[in-house]
Design a protein around this ligand. Sequence first.
Ligand SMILES: Nc1nc(=O)c2c([nH]1)NC[C@@H]1CN(c3ccc(C(=O)N[C@@H](CCC(=O)O)C(=O)O)cc3)C=[N+]21
Length: 279
Amino acid sequence: MAQIIDGKKISQEIKEELKEKVAQMKAQGIERCLAVIQVGNDPASAVYVKNKKKACEYIGIRSASYELAEETTEEELLKLIEELNRQKDIDGILVQLPLPKHINEDRILLAIAPEKDVDGFHPVNVGNLSIGRPGYVSCTPAGIIQLLKRSGIEIEGKECVVLGRSNIVGKPMAALLLRENGTVTICHSRTKNLKEITRRADILVVAIGKPKYVSADYVKEGAVVIDVGIHRMENKKLCGDVDFENVAPGTSAITPVPGGVGPMTIAMLMHNCVEGIKG
Ligand SMILES: Nc1nc(=O)c2c([nH]1)NC[C@@H]1CN(c3ccc(C(=O)N[C@@H](CCC(=O)O)C(=O)O)cc3)C=[N+]21
């Protein structure tokens, strides 16, 4: 029987550990504050932002919330970021994505001071990860490493296949698996003979952004499958990039959606806020 990897439980464990750490830091007079910026009122973003603020409250760090109108200009947003970059009492800056179309996301992410970039999206942090230097690591892939480690799944020497090549998930995921001494292949929507490659995986991370895209014929018997996708179906239920019912029986371990990778993203954001930059 496949082990269902419980992201909710593991994320809770991490938040408990962080809560304790925050209490110790407070006793030494150290406080943390995360600035959370949301532009516009996309309902999905509003839910995520609310969950991030709730997590801050739970572990005991302050959050400063900036809810900006849809019409906010790129210049106005840049000005706010520059102000927050300068403020000594702000430790982390998170700009919720996606941004409205009239704002250049790239320019915004580049404006966040790398030492406050708790999302790990700034090119300096991305670069540091790829050459093995200390820096903030993107929360979703960092959370996946924690899921694997805390579920007793070894990475070293394993065939790891990442399906998807986004800057936020696929690429940093590959870098992290490599850092853990996995043998890493990245494949994507244009890959030829995709199934042949995904079927080689001992650990398959799916972040292709298509609902229920991966069926059992993509997966080797006994593989570990991590599903990064999150989609709302017509019946309002959530599903991932993996067809869970079809794939789960042939795996040794698999993450569900919801309750898999999603909660880990927020736990690792909290980790980044509390721990700061470390090796
Ligand atoms: N600057 C920025 N940083 C992000 O980290 C970021 C972002 N923008 N924009 C959107 C994506 C998406 N994301 C998720 C976080 C938590 C869940 C999560 O907790 N999911 C729950 C379900 C939540 C629900 O019920 O909708 C689960 O999978 O169990 C999902 C997705 C962070 N993102």
